[in-house]
Structure formats: structure tokens, C-alpha cells
Design a protein around this ligand. Structure first.
Ligand SMILES: [Zn+2]
Length: 97
């Protein structure tokens, strides 16, 4: 009862849903980071969402230990005004106009 798929747009035969073994490893573990430096705000920025929220583990891929350390570092960076708390702050940071 399965209808044959008409392949009109993509001529190259590509196997779908074949990324099963793509396991995320904690990038801090890979780099052997012991303590996450809150002064590296440019790097830490990647772990904030566009709304200024700290990304969850499933997004950062960090292990429990490093996700915890990351959250602390991000909060310190926020306190030092290196990173925004909310999207509202992001807007203020940008020199628009
Ligand atoms: Zn880790």
C-alpha cells in the first residue's frame, strides 16, 4: 500500500535518515577544559540562545559536569556585563541608529 515516490526535484539519490551514529560529545571534554573562563565571552556567546537564554544540554552537547560549569561561567559573564541576560539587552548592546 505504499505509493512510489516521484523524485522530481532532487536527481541525486541520497539516503534519508542515515545519521544515527552522530553522537554528540562534550566539546569541553574534547578540549580537556578544566575550568570554563567567563572572560571568554566571545566563545561563551555560542551557548546562549538568541533570546539570551542558556542553551540546554541537548543543544550544547556538554556533559553534566561541563554544562554546570558552563552555566556558572555564563552567569558570571552576565554579571560582568560581558553577556546579555535577555533579548532586551541584546537590542541595547547593538549600536543601531
Ligand atoms: Zn564535559
Amino acid at each position: 500500500m505504499s505509493s512510489p515516490q516521484a523524485n522530481a526535484s532532487s536527481p541525486s539519490p541520497r539516503p534519508k535518515r542515515d545519521y544515527r551514529s552522530r553522537r554528540k560529545v562534550c566539546i569541553f571534554c574534547v578540549e580537556h577544559v578544566r575550568e570554563i573562563d567567563f572572560k571568554e565571552s566571545a566563545r561563551l556567546r555560542r551557548f546562549l540562545s538568541d533570546r539570551g537564554k542558556i542553551d540546554p544540554r541537548r543543544k550544547t552537547g556538554a556533559c553534566a559536569k561541563h554544562q554546570r560549569a558552563l552555566a556558572v561561567a555564563l552567569k558570571r559573564a552576565r554579571f560582568m556585563a560581558l553577556l546579555p541576560y535577555t533579548a532586551e539587552h541584546v537590542r541595547r548592546f547593538e549600536p543601531s541608529r
